[in-house]
Design a protein around this ligand. Structure first.
Ligand SMILES: Nc1ncnc2c1ncn2[C@@H]1O[C@H](COP(=O)(O)OP(=O)(O)OP(=O)(O)O)[C@@H](O)[C@H]1O
Ligand SMILES: [Mg+2]
Length: 311
C-alpha cells in the first residue's frame, strides 16, 4: 500500500470568527500531483501554510511525511524535505539571482555547486549576476520555482506557480514538475489555471468556503458531479426516430448520458445502430469546477450547510 505524504483529518482553522478551513479531511499518497482548486478566499493558501507548519490547526490533525504537527511540524518550512513557492514571491532584491539561490542552498544544506546548473536549466544564467530588482515578474517566478526544487524535496508546495509566466515558461514549469513527480516527489499545486494543470494532475481537491467540495481523480470527480458525456455523430438525428431508447439521451443533435451509463450506451450504438465512429467528449476539469461552484451556490441560496461533506 502506498504511503501518505499528507493527511488532513477533520482539520479546521479560524482567523478570529472566520473559518478559513472547515472540517477538512483528505489523504495524498506519495508521488502524486494534487491540484488544489477553489475560488478566491476558499482556503487554499491557508491549507498550504498548515502543511508547512506556519499555521496550526485549531481542530483536527495534520500529518506530513509521517509526522503529525505535534512532532515539530513548525520546522518544516526550512526543511530540505519540503520545497515551497509562496504566492506573490518576493526576494531581497539587492541580491543577484545567484546570491538568492546560494542563500537558500546554505539554508537547506545543499551544495553551492547545485546553484549554477539550476540557473542554467531555468534560463536565468545570463542574468545570474544581475540584482533581482532588475528581474521581470516571470524571471522572479522562475527563480522562485528553482528555489523550491533546489533541495530535490520529497514534497513540493506550489502556490500559483505559473502566474505571470508566458505560455512556454508555464509549460516548462509543468514539464519539470512532471519529471519530479515521476521520480517520486509529491506535489500540491494551487492554481486557477485549470487547462494547464489538467493534463498533469493525479488528484484534485476542490475547496469552497473552506470546505471540501470534491476530492479524487478527474474521472471520479466527473462521476461524482453528475456531468454528462457528449456523443456526436451525423447519423444520430435519423436514428433517434427508429430507436426510442436513444430519445431520453437526445439533446440538440447529440446524445448526453451520465458517465456511469457511457459504456452501455456505446455498446448499444455499435451493436444495435451499427455506429462505430461516434465522437465522445468527456467533461473537462473546468466543467467539473464550475459545476461544483454552481452546486455550492445553490446550496448556499437554499440555506443548506455543507457540513454533510461532499456535494
Ligand atoms: N492572516 C489572515 N488573517 C485573517 N484572515 C485571513 C488571513 N489569511 C487568510 N485569511 C482569510 O481566510 C480565507 C482563506 O484565505 P486563503 O488565503 O487561504 O484563500 P485562497 O484560497 O488562497 O484564495 P486566493 O485564490 O485568493 O489566493 C479568506 O477569507 C481570507 O480572507
Ligand atoms: Mg491563495
Amino acid at each position: 500500500m502506498s504511503q501518505m505524504a499528507v493527511t488532513f483529518n477533520q482539520v479546521s482553522h479560524y482567523f478570529d470568527e472566520l473559518r478559513a478551513l472547515n472540517d477538512l479531511s483528505f489523504s495524498l499518497p506519495e508521488g502524486k500531483l494534487m491540484a488544489l482548486l477553489g475560488h478566491n478566499g476558499a482556503g487554499k493558501s491557508t491549507l498550504i501554510k498548515m502543511i508547512l507548519g506556519l499555521l496550526d490547526p485549531c481542530r483536527g490533525e495534520v500529518s506530513v511525511l509521517g509526522q503529525t504537527q505535534n512532532q515539530n511540524l513548525a520546522s518544516k518550512a526550512a526543511s530540505s524535505d519540503i520545497g515551497y513557492l509562496p504566492e506573490n514571491i518576493s526576494f531581497y532584491d539587492k541580491l543577484t539571482g545567484h546570491e538568492v539561490l546560494s542563500y537558500f542552498a546554505a539554508l537547506k544544506g545543499v551544495s553551492a555547486r547545485a546553484v549554477a546548473p539550476l540557473l542554467e536549466e531555468f534560463g536565468l544564467a545570463y542574468a545570474q549576476h544581475k540584482a533581482v530588482k532588475g528581474y521581470s515578474k516571470g524571471m522572479k517566478q522562475r527563480l522562485g520555482f528553482a528555489q523550491a526544487i533546489l533541495s530535490r524535496p520529497r514534497l513540493l508546495l506550489l502556490d500559483e506557480p505559473t502566474v505571470g509566466l508566458d505560455p512556454q515558461a508555464s509549460q516548462f514549469i509543468y514539464h519539470n514538475l512532471k519529471q519530479l513527480t515521476d521520480q517520486g516527489c509529491t506535489a500540491i499545486v494551487c492554481t486557477h489555471e485549470l487547462q494547464l494543470v489538467e493534463p498533469q494532475l493525479d488528484l484534485a481537491l476542490v475547496l469552497g468556503r473552506g470546505k471540501r467540495l470534491a476530492f479524487g481523480t478527474l474521472d471520479e470527480l466527473v462521476l461524482n458531479c453528475g456531468l454528462g458525456v457528449h456523443m456526436a455523430h451525423p447519423a444520430l438525428a435519423g436514428l433517434v426516430a427508429t430507436h426510442p431508447l436513444l430519445q431520453s439521451f437526445y439533446r440538440d443533435g447529440d446524445l448526453i448520458c451520465p458517465v456511469s451509463q457511457r459504456e452501455v450506451l456505446m455498446k448499444y450504438l455499435t451493436l444495435e445502430c451499427q455506429l462505430f465512429d461516434v465522437k465522445v467528449t468527456l467533461p473537462d476539469l473546468a466543467q467539473v469546477y464550475h459545476a461544483k461552484m454552481a452546486q455550492m451556490q445553490v446550496m448556499s441560496e437554499l440555506g443548506l450547510s455543507l457540513t454533510s461533506g461532499e456535494l
